[in-house]
Structures are given as structure tokens and as C-alpha cells.
Design a protein around this ligand. Sequence first.
Ligand SMILES: Cc1cc2nc3c(=O)[nH]c(=O)nc-3n(C[C@H](O)[C@H](O)[C@H](O)COP(=O)(O)O)c2cc1C
Length: 197
Amino acid sequence: MDSSDDRTASETLRVGVIAGSTRPTRRSPAIAHWVADDTSAPTLQLHTIDLLDHDLSLLSEPTAAAFGEYEQASTLAWSKTVASYDAFVLVAAEYNASFPAALKNALDHLYAEWHGKPVGLVGYGMAGGLLAVEALRPVVAELRMHVAPTTLALSAHRVDDGSYVPAKDEADALRAMLGEIAVLGAALRIARQDALA
Ligand SMILES: Cc1cc2nc3c(=O)[nH]c(=O)nc-3n(C[C@H](O)[C@H](O)[C@H](O)COP(=O)(O)O)c2cc1C
């Protein structure tokens, strides 16, 4: 590997696209895959993360996540997974004017693992998902994440046969959001290395 390859490797950012609902007939995997399949940001490696694969119970750790003293194997595994990413996209259904409890539970399980990382917010619902996005803002702020300015609020009706069919301009909005994550992610990774974020 020559020095330019080193530079390329160091610029690559791993982005976890979290499918944030767990119902049997959920739409979040379709939307998460639509996000993760976008190739417009060359420095981003996008991977979907399915909460169903992580076997998290309702939070039952004896110690708050801020102390980082995890006892349960599922929390330790989730910590390792989240720590391995430089950035996230949260794909959040709108449930009763907020976002799913399963996603909150997954966020609440950890603390430092989220810190200083960019996050893109993608809401969806029968009425557009904007309230899911807005409900996530104070939560990710508490976790010291940095929200990409462009957010998406999508119609759940546009999931068809397991795939998301974007409306006009939504692919452009997704690319804008991912571009912002690339810029924020590069800066924040350096800041984290210097313990500034
Ligand atoms: C418990 C529950 C509450 C919901 N509340 C809202 C709501 O407040 N606003 C809205 O636009 N859609 C609402 N919906 C519709 C969902 O956003 C829509 O069904 C979406 O597909 C749910 O995501 P999921 O399929 O990934 O579970 C609700 C659905 C459920 C199951």
C-alpha cells in the first residue's frame, strides 16, 4: 500500500444506518437499505444495522450507560458494534408523534460510543415522519452527536414490496445529507482523536 492508499483508507468513514423499528411488518429495513445503497459520497462506507440482530432487552443494566460499566453480553456486543462506526443515520418511524421505543432503548444502552459522531435523521410515517425527526434532536444532542443539517421526512406509503420508492427530490436530499455527514465525519474524527469532541 503506498502513501496515497494510506490516505484513502484513513479518509473512509464507516456509517451505520440503523433501521429503528422492530415490528414484524416494519418498513424501516426498506428505508435503511435505500439510504445505505446510495453511493454518492465516496468516502462513506454505509452499512445497515438491524436492531433485531442485536437482541437488546429493555434496558436492565444496573449502572447508567454514562459510566460504561456494562454487565450484559448483549450490551457489550452493542457497544462494540456502535464504537466501530464513525457516523450514523437513524431511520425512525413516527410512532405517536415521536420515534420507536426500540430505537430509544438502543440509544439509551450506550453513551460515550455515540459521542462526537455525526448523525443523519430520517423520519417516516403516514403523515411524513417530521415529528420523529424533531423528537430525536434533543436525544442525540444529549448523546453529544452532531446532526447533519439536511434531514429527511418520508412517506411510509412509498415503501412498496420491501423497497423504498423515493419521491421527486428525495434522492437529492439524501445525497445532501450524506455529503454533510462526510464533511462532519472527517472533521469530527480528527477532533475525537484530539479529544476535542
Ligand atoms: C404505534 C404506532 C403509532 C403511530 N403513530 C403515527 C403518528 O403519530 N404519525 C404518523 O404519521 N404515523 C404514525 N404511525 C404510522 C407509522 O409511522 C407507519 O405505520 C410506519 O410504517 C411505522 O414504521 P414501521 O413500519 O417501521 O414500524 C404509527 C404506527 C404505529 C405502529
